[in-house]
Ligand binder design. Structure first.
Ligand code: PEP
Ligand code: MN
Length: 351
């Protein structure tokens, strides 16, 4: 951190800063310029709060040098984090594709979708059991029964499952059922939820808040990492802009930006990014071409009947075509789709 003193700062002001720096077990390095003094503050790796200095007499501005997120930062962890999921990898050279409905609506709907997305070549099954809906009158999900259906689908297909936790008290129960806990856009800054997921040892799929900057997003990831859970997957899902032709605006920029700022895997959700099934495949291709490590896509066997997000859900046949196209783009990028999970039905007992 650099403390830039005002041109009229006195020697006493400078001495006061230096003693406060030292009282915090940090080191102060003075650079005496013609017009002003700059104090470089060097720590031991612990974050230093600029607020402690910014209001002291004689201070003009305080500029942090390190990024505010440490554990999430590539500066401190240059190697990619690779998350292992049932023998597959997220964040390596493999491209990982998650498919499934917005919400678990019934046993028949979910099992049908699970079998179909597996045939399409998906690597994991998504489905919300607890749905954070914008309207309190919209379908809120099947709750625990939905989790049981998801677990049954995993047993049938061998596909790992991804489902959302909407509050901290649900985390221990959801972690018993799922392979990945999703934190939705609306909860990206629910810090109690982030901490609860951080304390579990279940991989987390953290979606970007619809009005969150990349810095906010990485600080949210830092919350999970700081509680001891190293397995965080980031997911760009579109941001709010002035554009109304699509539900959100896909921030394709975020993919290469995140890949350079953090070692965490980055997925794209082209379904919520666009809100229209017609555009999902185009954005899926763009996401992989931009360097995403995978995709999460909403798929429904009968989107017209879907209880949520039908307009952006692909039918299984179109999902198969999407995967074929993404496969070609992955190869052009020198990457490859993750291998398919074995067809064998594993009678796995819920942990
Ligand atoms: C979802 O994945 O169904 C969902 C609610 O997404 P988001 O949190 O990105 O809106
Ligand atoms: Mn949805």
């Amino acid at each position: 951190m650099m403390i830039i003193m005002r041109t009229d700062a006195t020697q006493e002001d400078i001495d006061n800063i230096v003693s406060r720096v030292k009282s915090k077990q940090l080191q102060a390095h003075l650079i005496n310029g013609e017009e002003r003094t700059v104090i470089g503050v060097v720590g031991d790796g612990r974050p230093v709060e600029p607020d402690q200095f910014v209001r002291m007499p004689g201070v003009d501005q305080v500029t942090p040098i390190s990024r505010p997120y440490k554990l999430a930062s590539r500066e401190f962890h240059p190697e990619n984090t690779v998350i292992q999921l049932k023998g597959l990898e997220i964040g390596s050279n493999q491209i990982f594709i998650i498919g499934g409905p917005c919400a678990v609506e019934s046993r028949a709907q979910l099992l049908d979708t699970a079998v179909k997305i597996k045939e399409s070549g998906a690597h994991a099954l998504r489905g919300g059991a607890f749905k954070p809906r914008t309207s309190p009158y919209s379908f809120q999900g099947m709750g625990k029964e939905g989790l049981e259906i998801l677990a049954e689908a995993r047993e049938m297909t061998g596909l790992p499952i991804v489902t959302e936790a909407t509050s901290p008290d649900l985390v221990p129960m959801i972690a018993k059922y799922t392979d990945v806990i999703q934190i939705g856009a609306r909860n990206m800054q629910n810090y109690a939820l982030l901490q609860a997921v951080g304390k579990s040892n279940c991989p987390a799929l953290l979606k970007r808040g619809m009005s969150a900057t990349i810095n906010d997003f990485l600080m949210a990831a830092e919350y999970i990492l700081s509680k001891g859970n190293p397995n965080v997957i980031l997911c760009e899902r579109g941001i709010r802009t002035f554009e109304t032709a699509t539900r959100n605006t896909t921030d394709i920029n975020a993919i290469p930006v995140l890949k350079s700022l953090t070692h965490l895997p980055v997925l794209l959700d082209p379904s919520h990014s666009t809100g229209h099934w017609e555009y999902v495949t185009s954005l899926a291709r763009a996401g992989i071409a931009a360097g995403a490590d995978g995709l999460i896509i909403e798929v429904h066997p009968n989107p017209i009947e879907a209880l949520s997000d039908g307009a952006q859900s692909l039918k299984p046949k179109r999902f198969t075509e999407l995967i074929e196209q993404v496969n070609a783009i992955s190869q052009a990028m020198g990457r490859e789709l993750a291998p398919l999970t074995s067809k064998t039905i594993s009678p796995e007992v819920i942990q």
